[in-house]
Design a protein around this ligand. Structure first.
Ligand code: GLY
Length: 596
């Protein structure tokens, strides 16, 4: 079967005119003084394959898994081939990543899964974000002088949230698996890999030296990931994780309670307490993954489904897209100074709202519906100057009625029946706290640094927050994870997501805009140079590779442009005309789009 080549025409505007407009760049921007008219809704679906494109997606006709590590992706594809659905494959892939991508795949962390069930046309969310222990006072990360102490929220047992991954994957399987595979069958490939060992991949060999200091602090972790002399395992070594294999085996045999009760839970609580934390057996016993309704928005005729708080990701992707919908981005051009300026100004406003309003929805009231309304976006748009970058210090949230780690990981799955999973999960830092719970092989997260230790105190990724995201008993810290799906006329078209912490929100927004506004194919949208502004620090971050002329134009508008190394690792699937197109981000080694 061959894909229909897309005819190069963007929403009826001839290409030479578009090129001239985007060449005019800043001039076009400066000349427009009247408010922009809304961009007309596209009359054509987005391109499937751009002929002559520099990069192309991988194609499949039945099912596909796109993940940050290839062995785990192939395990998911095998489950699909054997008649499993997207959720079965997600459980197998998620458990395998805990073995093959230990810096982010995990049993000791948490995340969010967005599930689409094609027959019922239903989307749902599994929130398996970590929770603070019951004994978590608001000032847990402050010293006697009331100052935030980053070492407490990042480098001690106090940083560890009650892990959610095992509960989340189990809940997803129970409620939405095909019923053809038991948890034990889906865990079997991960168990085999942990028991017999994996060759240290290039990606693993790259990541271990960066986390060496954190792993070295804990003998239980050093024994697994470092040599006896303290040097990291390297290419050609074999990484055997026997304790992890035994834990996976117990989970497969006895279900999630094997993790949250009994000897495994006792070992986790004991290790966290020995590292200075307050987690008890009761905190583990009482942890539950929660099923939540997704949030829905729209962008130029496309329907967007995202995860709700306690992640901020979904709220702000919809908020950003609502603001951008009023700007004629297609005519301003992809990554032109005009487009980046407008998007950056919108980003600053969204991140100001994030700091003010977002937190755990079970403990604080969040004006979600105001934040994602088109009416609120119109008010935000009115705040944006087309000719001047606003200093972040001027930005206050309206009343709506070192950055986040790339060490989170995302995978996207679509099965033969059109069911889909978009899953992002994390330990927070690379290898989390670096602490392995003694005798379990389980790396523990340092997710509680995602709380606002006190109003205005930045977390590891310079994100600030206030009362809504203050630490508290059993509270879930605010996340930026954003597994996302895009639909057109009720049909699933895009499954996407990425690591990148606070930048996840802008990565996903840019991918959607690159496809909808600029007609990029999925691989082009994944590879496109990224940019990000989160208000604080007041800098427009751009990836290496943005045209220096564009940077100068942005600086002329008042932006402080800072060029960074590449960020994120988006793993996405686009579905059109019965074909699945996968794009695995090439910014990190070992990523894979695989299908059949
Ligand atoms: N720890 C990263 C996030 O949840 O946003």
């Amino acid at each position: 079967m061959s894909a229909r080549p897309f005819q190069a025409k963007r929403w009826g505007v001839p290409r030479h005119i578009l090129r001239a407009i985007s060449r005019a760049g800043l001039l076009a921007l400066l000349c427009v003084t009247a408010p922009f008219a809304s961009q007309a809704e596209p009359s054509l679906p987005p391109p499937i394959i751009s002929q002559g494109a520099r990069v192309l997606p991988v194609l499949a006709t039945h099912g596909m898994v796109v993940a940050q590590e290839g062995t785990a992706a192939k395990i998911g594809v095998e489950i699909l081939r054997r008649g499993g659905n997207a959720v079965d494959a997600a459980v197998a892939t998620g458990l395998a990543l805990a073995v093959t991508l230990p810096r982010a795949g995990n049993l000791g962390g948490g995340g969010f899964m967005l599930v689409y069930l094609a027959k019922e046309k239903k989307t749902t969310v599994i929130d398996y974000r970590e929770a603070a222990p019951a004994d978590t006072p608001r000032d847990v990360f402050l010293n006697e002088a009331g100052e935030a102490v980053p070492a407490r929220s990042r480098d001690s047992g106090l940083a560890v949230g009650v892990p959610g991954t095992v509960a989340g994957l189990s809940l997803a399987l129970r409620n939405y698996g095909s019923g053809k595979f038991s948890l034990a069958e889906l865990a079997a490939p991960a168990i085999a890999l942990a028991r017999s060992g994996i060759d240290v991949t290039d990606d693993l060999a790259d990541s271990l030296p960066l986390a060496q200091a954190r792993l070295q602090r804990w003998p239980s972790a050093a024994r697994i990931f470092l040599h006896a002399d303290g040097s990291p395992r390297s290419r050609g070594d074999r990484l055997v994780q026997s304790d992890l294999a035994a834990v996976l085996d117990a989970i497969g045999r006895d279900g999630e309670r094997a993790f949250y009760e009994g000897p495994i839970a006792e070992k986790i609580a004991a290790s966290v307490r020995a590292a200075g934390g307050r987690m008890t057996l009761d905190d583990l016993n009482s942890y539950r993954a929660v099923e939540r309704a997704p949030l829905h928005g729209s962008y130029r005729g496309y329907e967007i489904a995202v995860v709700p708080p306690p992640s901020s990701g979904g709220v702000h992707i919809i908020e950003l897209l609502n603001v951008l919908e009023g700007f004629p981005l297609a005519s301003l051009g992809a990554n032109s100074a005009a487009t980046i300026h407008l998007m950056a100004e919108a980003m600053k406003l969204a991140y100001a709202d994030r700091a003010e309003y977002l937190g755990d929805p079970d403990q604080v009231a969040i004006p979600v519906h105001g934040l994602i309304s088109k009416a609120y976006a119109e008010r935000l748009r009115a705040e944006i100057s087309q000719t001047r970058a606003r200093p972040a210090s001027e930005i206050k949230p309206l009343d709506p009625a070192p950055y986040e780690s790339d060490q989170t990981t995302h995978f996207s799955i679509v099965d033969n029946d059109g069911n889909a999973v978009s899953n992002t999960y994390t330990l927070n830092f690379s290898y989390g706290l670096g602490l392995v719970a003694e005798g379990t092989g389980i790396l523990l997260n340092n997710e509680l640094d995602d709380f606002a230790a006190k109003p205005g105190a930045p977390n590891a990724y310079s994100l600030v927050g206030g009362a809504a995201n203050a630490p508290g008993p059993r509270k879930r810290p605010l996340s930026s994870m954003a597994p996302t799906m895009v639909f057109r006329n009720g049909e699933l078209e895009l499954v996407t997501g990425s690591p990148g912490g606070s930048r996840i929100i802008t990565i996903v927004t840019e991918i959607i805009s690159d496809i909808v506004d600029f007609g990029m194919n999925l691989a082009e949208a994944t590879e496109a140079v990224r940019f990000h502004h989160q208000g604080l620090p007041d800098e427009l971050q751009v990836e290496r590779g943005l045209n220096p002329d564009t940077i100068r134009l942005l600086e002329a508008l008042g932006h402080r442009v800072v060029v960074h190394n590449a960020w994120g690792s988006a793993q996405s699937i686009l579905r059109a005309n019965g074909i699945l197109m996968g794009a695995a981000d090439t910014r990190q080694r070992g990523t894979l789009a695989a299908g059949y």
